[in-house]
Design a binder for this molecule. Structure first.
Ligand code: SF4
Length: 421
């Protein structure tokens, strides 16, 4: 297929696909799905081999957030029966992190609910970072604390943080539909602050909130322009008690197409499957390892993942290997001091012009449907003006709600029970 051959060639050259090509990937039919996975898999293996990076979430502070992100079970007014607790003590956070590291994780993601940290909060987290780093040689620590004020990223960096996560989540044009208490520009600003402080930027998206294909492509191109080192792809977990509880829009096939599109647009960036992996990919999770080179081990912030042991077995059974602390995740040209800029040349054609941020490392996401008409809509519309040599076709039927697969986390950090790692 010309489209897929073109995308593989571009991916190996780190050249940006056109928006039309990205939309065409999302519009492929189920008949072509394995070809799409195989093509994006070539790009993934070229830059990341068969390695899978494992990341482990520690929710330092859970619930009671004043912000209103409609996908989030920790939001203002959430009726979800999640764990609610204030800051974990550094020792407790370090013990929670140790469980994930013992399970094979090489990065610990320290997340806290809230609009953003106070300077006192940064002190607390700095203490936690130091505790984790002192006890675990070679561990990477990523902080995810919401919107940053001037100087906070520098202080986190000085405390030993390697990375900062702040997701864009969705397109600029629809951001106001999912959150009203902060703006897309606020999020972009925080990613830029992290970058400027020398932190590895991690910024991703949430799919399944009722967005159009155009929205998905918009946010992925915006992410590319922001030049993060890692892009977490969340699939909305419609948690009861949140405004998006009824948004069951994803099928395993749709999730695979989204991951393939992200891989083609961001060929040499760490693409991480984040929240919703088990709920939406289900038995198709191993295929997604051919697209993403990174996953979370065990549980998410407020929901449960599959058993950490099952994650490890899946990786081995699919012919992949867990990335060790002695292996470097990113290709050489992207490593510290040698970055040539983002996931490829910013000058590439089709790079979205939108400027390219809150917490939500692997947070549950959603928003009302506003199915985009025409190009790349959920209704299987044709792909306007693209090299759509792969026949677009309506594919899987609308997703059936799988509420049986959504389990709230009631163990691990913030409890006396052993975590899932
Ligand atoms: S995503 Fe973060 S900022 Fe938004 S409601 Fe949830 S915890 Fe608060």
């Amino acid at each position: 297929m010309d489209l897929l051959n073109t995308l593989v060639d571009k991916g190996l050259r780190r050249e940006t696909p056109t928006r039309g090509e990205a939309l065409a990937v999302l519009a492929t039919s189920d008949d072509d799905l394995l070809d799409v996975v195989a093509a994006a898999g070539k790009v993934r293996r070229h830059w990341f081999g068969r390695r899978v990076k494992l990341n482990y979430l520690v929710n330092l502070k859970s619930g009671l957030c004043p912000e209103d992100c409609s996908y989030c079970s920790q939001r203002l007014g959430s009726k979800a029966d999640i764990l609610k607790y204030t800051w974990l003590k550094p020792g407790d956070a370090s013990r929670a992190a140790a469980a994930g590291l013992a399970g094979g994780a090489k990065r610990v993601c320290l997340v806290a609910s809230g609009r953003g940290p106070t300077d006192r909060d940064v002190d607390r987290v700095s203490e936690t970072i130091r505790a984790i780093k002192d006890e675990n040689e070679g561990v990477e620590v990523c902080a995810c604390l919401g919107l940053l004020s001037d100087g906070q990223a520098e202080r986190l960096r000085a405390a030993g943080a390697d990375a900062y996560n702040h997701n864009l989540n969705t397109s600029e044009s629809t951001y106001g539909e999912i959150t009203t208490t902060h703006t897309y520009a606020d999020r972009v600003d925080t990613v830029n602050k992290a970058h400027a402080a020398g932190l590895s930027a991690c910024s991703g998206l949430i799919a399944g909130m009722g967005e159009s294909d155009e929205d998905l492509v918009d946010v992925v191109y915006a992410l590319r322009a922001l030049d993060p080192d890692s892009v977490p792809v969340n699939f909305l977990i419609p948690v009861e008690g949140t405004p998006l509880a009824k948004e069951w829009n994803l099928t395993p096939q749709r999730c695979l197409r989204i991951l393939a599109m992200v891989r083609f647009v961001c060929p040499d960036i760490e693409v991480r499957i984040a929240g919703g992996r088990e709920v939406h990919l289900r038995t198709m999770q191993p295929l997604a390892l051919h697209l993403a080179n990174s996953i979370f081990l065990g549980d998410y912030l407020t929901t449960e993942g599959q058993a950490g042991k099952a994650d490890l077995e899946m990786i081995a059974d699919a012919g992949f290997e867990v990335e060790g602390t002695d292996q470097v995740t990113l290709p050489e040209h992207r490593r510290a001091g040698g970055s040539e800029g983002g996931c490829g040349s910013h000058e590439g054609a089709g790079c979205g012009s939108h400027g390219g941020g809150g917490c939500g490392a692997a947070e549950e996401a959603g928003r009302g449907p506003h199915a985009g008409a025409g190009c790349g809509s959920h209704e299987g519309g044709g792909v306007c003006g693209t090299a759509a040599q792969v026949a677009p076709a309506a594919s899987a039927a609308p997703a059936e709600p799988r509420t049986d697969l959504v389990a709230l986390r009631h163990r691990g950090a913030g409890t006396d029970l052993a975590p899932n790692a």
